[in-house]
Design a binder for this molecule. Structure first.
Ligand code: RFL
Ligand code: PHB
Length: 393
């Protein structure tokens, strides 16, 4: 039973980085939206996920009026380390590109965006899952909240509901083309109360598998290990995790990592995925709802932000100038960058991970490519300009 209908210009499904940033930018341009989120506020504010913001993603935060805490607390990085064959090689990102990246946890981005949304007084419903989408000339989103079913009447629907949400699933399969690669490994990630052993992120290719050293603050480390896709977390005691990190992250000079309490652990499968097109009539897909990248290139959150950039501009042109071009070209424009990021994330993944099915020849090719990339300015620039992020279109 529908007990009430709410009316807005853009109905937004999902309060992840994509949905929240879109709502904030639309608000700044005088465009109304309603956001519905399936989970509770504490749940989405504490979900540990991405941590690396590209140069332009930081600028999007500032332009949206929510960059102050990020600029105070975020850790600005001007280089990354690639480690293999026991040696470390620094890629000087800023020297090569003039741009920087910032380590600032996704849950901090989400907290800042939620605070900004609540300050506008416009609706953001938590524990309010979308249950049906009517993608017609008069779009409707049906959702459940506090035990009742409600409806949003809107001009457009923004599907920002992540990989498992109902937006993409509402599109008939024959109207969509799916591109997908599932990798034969996952990442075991931990958040630990221990000072990061390096000031810069370390991406390590090791015969035992890939490892990544990242961080959240001067006291909190974020570390990852390549593992089997169906790895059982229960098999990984804290001591085993630290031992394996020490082995894979070692170089000639390094000492064992400082160990501390592990605050959170989890396993993520790695996949590349794109659904084309990203628009179906009045439903627009953004972020993980439309595409997934393996985390090796640190692109997921940044791609979600790039989609928002393109769609917010299109909505602004539509509502302010009655100009439909941006809406018509949204999918093609967004997909161009999506495929660039997909390529980089796939390439970094292929370059850095151990593949059980690799022949000795392929293993040598991987080593030779790493050697070339880290000893040639052209090679390092290729990594650097993709890592800091291609310019927003
Ligand atoms: P999200 O963040 O998944 O948000 C979608 C939201 O939609 C809600 N939802 C619904 N709401 C209403 N009704 C329904 N029926 C709904 N169904 C779902 C969900 O509850 C959720 O709140 O998607 P969004 O906004 O597109 O953002 C994408 C990013 O979250 C994602 O790409 C990144 O986290 C990926 N990622 C990384 N990206 C980076 O740019 N840099 C990184 O360093 C990085 N590291 C990572 C990552 C992702 C990881 N995991 C766990 C997948 C590291 C990891 C381990
Ligand atoms: C993270 O800090 O969580 C992180 C950083 C870089 C990546 C992936 C994850 O490539």
């Amino acid at each position: 039973m529908t007990d009430s209908a709410l009316r807005t210009q853009v109905g937004i499904i999902g309060a992840g980085p994509a949905g929240l940033l879109l709502a904030q930018i639309l608000h700044l341009h005088g465009i109304d939206s309603i956001i519905i989120e399936a989970q509770s506020r504490p749940h989405i504010e504490s979900r540990v996920r991405a941590g690396l913001m590209e140069h332009d993603s930081c600028q999007q935060m500032r332009d949206a009026g929510i960059g102050a805490r990020m600029d105070r607390e975020g850790l600005v990085h001007e280089g990354i380390i690639l480690r293999f064959a026991g040696h470390s090689h620094r890629i000087p990102l800023t020297e090569l590109t003039g741009r920087r990246v910032t380590v600032y946890g996704q849950q901090e981005v989400v907290k800042d965006l939620i605070a900004a949304r609540l300050a506008t007084g416009r609706p953001l419903f938590f524990e309010a899952p979308a249950i049906a989408i009517e993608n017609t000339d008069t779009p409707k989103i049906h959702f459940r909240h506090n035990g009742t079913e409600k409806t949003i009447l809107c001009d457009f629907i923004a599907g920002c509901d992540g990989f498992h949400g109902p937006s993409r699933a509402s599109i008939p399969a024959h109207r969509m083309k799916i591109f997908e690669r599932v990798y034969p490994f996952g990442w075991l990630g931990i958040l630990a109360e221990s000072p990061p052993a390096s000031h810069e992120l370390v991406y390590a290719s090791h015969p035992g598998g890939f490892a990544l050293l990242s961080m959240r603050s001067p006291r909190i480390s974020r570390l990852y290990l390549q593992c089997a896709p169906d790895e059982n977390l229960a098999d990984w005691s804290d001591a085993r995790i630290w031992d394996e990190l020490d082995t894979r992250l070692a170089d000639r000079e390094s000492t064992p990592l400082p160990r501390g309490p592990i605050l959170q652990k989890g396993i993520t499968p790695l996949r590349s995925f794109v659904a084309e097109p990203m628009r179906h009539h009045r439903l627009f897909l953004l972020g993980d709802a439309a595409h997934i990248v393996p985390p090796t290139g640190a692109k997921g959150l940044n791609l979600a932000f790039a989609d928002v950039h393109v769609l917010a501009r299109a909505f602004t042109a539509w509502y302010q100038d009655n100009e439909a071009d941006g809406l018509e070209t949204y999918s093609a424009t967004a997909l161009r960058r999506v495929w660039q990021a997909e390529r980089f994330a796939w390439w970094m993944t292929t370059l850095m991970h151990r593949f059980d099915n690799h022949s000795p020849f392929e293993a040598r090719m991987q080593e030779a490519e790493l050697d070339y990339l880290t000893s040639s300015k052209a090679g390092m620039t290729t990594i650097a300009e993709n890592y800091v992020g291609l310019r927003l279109l």
